[in-house]
Design a protein around this ligand. Sequence first.
Ligand code: S3P
Length: 461
Amino acid sequence: MKIKYTAPLRGDLSIPGDKSISHRSVMFGALAEGTTEVTNFLTGADCLSTIACFRRMGIDISLKMDAAETVSGSANSHAANRQTGGHVRIHGKGLHGLSAPAEQLDAGNSGTTVRLLSGILAGQTFDSCLTGDASIQKRPMKRIMTPLEAMGADIVSMRGNGCAPLAIHGKQLHGAHYDSPVASAQVKSCILLAGLYADGITSVSEPALSRNHSELMLRYFGADVRTDSDDLSADGAIPWKKSPTVYIAPEPTLTARSIHVPGDISSAAYFIAAALLVPGSELLLRNVGINPTRDGMLRVCRAMGADLTLLNKDYSGPEPCADLLVRSSALKAVEIGGDLIPTLIDELPILAVLAAFADGTTVIRDAAELRVKESDRIAVMTENLSRIGCAVEATPDGMIITGTGGRPLHGAVIDPHKDHRVAMSFAVAALASEGETEIQDADCVTISYPGFFKDLNEVCR
Ligand code: S3P
C-alpha cells in the first residue's frame, strides 16, 4: 500500500465497533441463556476468530452486516461516511452448554481470544486445544497458566515454552485470589471467566486498573461482580487512579442481552492523530467509546495541546460514548508513564507518531508490555520511525522520541512486521511526511479495522 498526503481530513466518520467489547459480546452471549443480539459488531479478523471458536463448540452464531445508513444533512457533503458494522445473533446455551470441539480451536492473531477462552475452557467437562498464528505462538501464556493452575486447572503449553498451543483438560476449579503482577485485562478477564466455574468466590487485583469491559458486561448479563471500591460505573471520577480488587461469584445464570458496541477508541486514535497532524483538518468521529479505563489517549493528546472536544456524551448504556471533534493543532512533547499506561496501551504506537511531530522530547516509560504485543512494538516502532527520519531511542520499557516541532519527516518503506497497529500508525505518519510511504503487508489492518484505508481515503478527499 502506497500513501502520500493529498488533502486535510474533513467531514465525519463513524468508527467501527470496539474490538474488546465485540469479543466479549460473543463469549458472554454464548454462556448466557437466550439469544444475544449485537449491533455494530467489529467484523475484524480477530473477532471472527472468536466466533469461529464458539461455533466449534456448538454455539449457533449468525453474522450479517448492519443495514447501511443513508447520510443526510452533513455539513460537509463529500466526506460524510457511515461505516456499518456487523449484526450478530448468538444463541447462548448457558454456562454449561458448550460442547467438546472436534478440532483445535484457532484464535488466529487474537490474544484476547486465547487468554479469555482459556479461562472458560479450564472449567469445562471436556478437553480442548487452543492455538493461533505464528505471532500468537510466541506470546506469553504463563501469565494466565499460573493463576489458572492456582485455581486447579490442568493447562499445558504443548511445546513447553509457555506459549500456545495450549492443551486444556477441563476440571472443577476452585475459587482463589490472584494478585496479578501485570496490569492486563486479558489476564484479569481470564481469571474472572474461570471464576464462573469455580466452587467459591474468585478475586483478582492488578498493579494498575486495566480496561474493565469484562466487569461491566458480566454484570450486564447478570453475574455477581463486585469491586472493593464498588466503582464500576464508567463515568466515575478518575477510577484509573486506583486499582480495585474485582470479585466474582460462581455459577451465575447469565441472561441474554442486547448490545450496541460503541466505536473503538483504539481505531479512532488513528483519525484523531491524522486530524491533529495534517494542517487544516477538522474531523468529527461519531459514537466513540470513552470508558475511562481506555481514554488515556485523549488525556495525553490534550496535554500535548490538541484541540479535541467531546460532544453528545452518552452515559446511558454500560459503556459510555461520545462524538469527538478534532482540529489540527501544534503539539508539544509529554511524558507518558505510570498508571496511565494500561489506559492507552494499544495507542502507544500512534502516540509515538504524534511525538515524532511534536515540539520537544517525549518520553514513554513503564510500557514493557509493548514488547509482547502482536509484535515487539518498541523495536518495530523504533525501526520504522528511524526509517522516516525521526530521532528515536528504544529503552527497555519505552521510547525517547525527539519531535520535529511540526516539520514533516520523509516517506519510506515501512515493515510493520504484520502488526495492524503499526501499519495504521505509519499510514498516519505518511500523511504528515514528504514524499511517498510504502507500507508492506498493509492488509494486516483487517485484524482490527478492515475498512481503514477506505475510511482514510474518504476523509482525505
Ligand atoms: C485487550 C487487552 C489488552 C489490549 C488488547 C485487548 C482485551 O491486552 O492490548 O489489544 O480485550 O482485554 P493486555 O490485557 O494483555 O494488556
